[in-house]
Design a binder for this molecule. Structure first.
Ligand code: FAD
Length: 321
């Protein structure tokens, strides 16, 4: 059954986040031949509209307002509800990002709808859409179907492949004027902890360090390897607690959940809380001097050795490629 599906585009540091394109791809499946409409919300964001069309959106609705310069649940909530009222979608797809996790329950509540969050795949079987999502910190997966009403999902970054960019695609871009009222939250300042480098939650390659890295300086060889591979640096809580790096790099149950193509764990023991954040990575390489370390149980490739010898060797080899 063809339906209209709405997605929310996310912009960070002047670029559309890749998860915006992954949400469009998921929306295309759910639309089942119907229309995919991307909502573009912000202060001055119209210029991003064409890119959303090239990535598969059939139409873009732009909501621009100076009060939407920074994300606030109030401001974006009002903007999104106005788009929903105007478009009356039968499906909604957000990224399962900090913004999507914050906003989707608010919108779902206002629409009196269910919400299937943190989806990693969408399949169509026997007239139903089956949504797969990890549960119990990634130790199991559950499959859900939406039986009636609005299909509202959030998609985990890096799992649903975005569609090929196609500059020959065309689509309508329209503006919706929304009077944003009474914001209860005002962003006064944004303090960035990780100014440089690749965004951890969208990185295709992550080189992560644990307590085995032993110091802040010990992270330097990991950064070099990450640079050569075009990836990001992450960390275990052990490394963050020890003060070797900032908590914004923490991966795990109480940190970020990541699913890169390649995860290289260096000096990380593989505690269950760490595995909760990275065990769904496509290929896992573990470097640890303890052959009994738990991390080897989830690793596709294990290297038993001293990370300070192994990591520079890997960097040298990858430089040759
Ligand atoms: P360790 O367990 O100390 O392991 C260090 C490893 O380095 C060892 O395996 C050692 O063999 C190896 N090593 C040492 N030197 C070298 C060397 N030169 N070369 C190679 N290997 C070497 N942890 C997280 O990571 N993320 C979370 O989100 C998280 N949330 C938590 C939530 C709760 C409620 C609790 C209770 C804990 C949480 N933890 C989390 C902590 C978790 O239980 C572990 O304590 C932590 O992951 C351990 O970090 P680690 O592997 O870096 O350190």
């Amino acid at each position: 059954m063809a339906r209209k599906v709405l997605t929310l585009a996310e912009i960070r540091d002047g670029s559309l986040r890749n998860v915006s394109f992954e949400a469009i791809a998921a929306a295309k499946t759910i639309a089942d031949g119907g229309e995919v409409v991307a909502a573009l919300v912000g202060e001055s964001v119209q210029s991003y509209a064409d890119e959303l069309i090239y990535r598969g959106a059939d139409r873009v609705v732009v909501v621009e307002n100076e009060k939407l310069k920074n994300y606030t649940p109030d401001g974006f909530g009002q903007a999104l509800m106005a788009v929903v009222d105007a478009e009356k979608p039968e499906g909604i797809v957000f990224g399962h990002t900090a913004l999507g996790k914050d906003l989707s329950p608010k919108i779902a509540t206002k629409l009196n709808s269910g919400l299937i969050s943190d989806v990693i795949s969408v399949e169509q079987t026997g007239g139903n859409f089956v949504f797969t999502r990890p549960i119990y910190s990634g130790k199991a997966f559950e499959k859900k179907i939406a039986t009636d009403g609005l299909i509202f999902v959030t998609v985990r970054p890096n799992n649903i492949p975005a569609l090929e960019r196609d500059e020959s695609r065309t689509g309508n871009v329209s503006s919706l004027s929304v009077d944003i009222k009474d914001l209860r939250t005002i962003v006064k300042e944004i303090v960035r902890k990780t100014a440089e480098g690749v965004d951890l939650s969208e990185a295709k390659v992550i080189v992560a360090g644990g307590r085995g890295v032993k110091s802040a300086e010990g992270f330097e060889p990991l950064k070099e390897l990450a640079n050569v591979l075009g990836g990001a640096v992450g960390a275990s809580r052990g490394a963050c607690d020890a003060g070797y790096c900032d908590y914004s790099l923490q991966i795990g149950q109480t940190g970020k959940v990541v699913t890169p193509d390649l995860y290289i764990a260096c000096g990380i023991s593989g505690a269950i809380q760490h595995l909760a954040g990275m065990s769904n990575s496509k290929v896992i390489v573990a470097i640890n001097k303890d052959p009994e370390a738990n991390i080897f149980k989830v690793a596709d490739y294990g290297i038993v050795g001293d990370l300070f010898e192994v990591v520079p060797l890997l960097t040298e080899e990858f430089k040759k490629l």
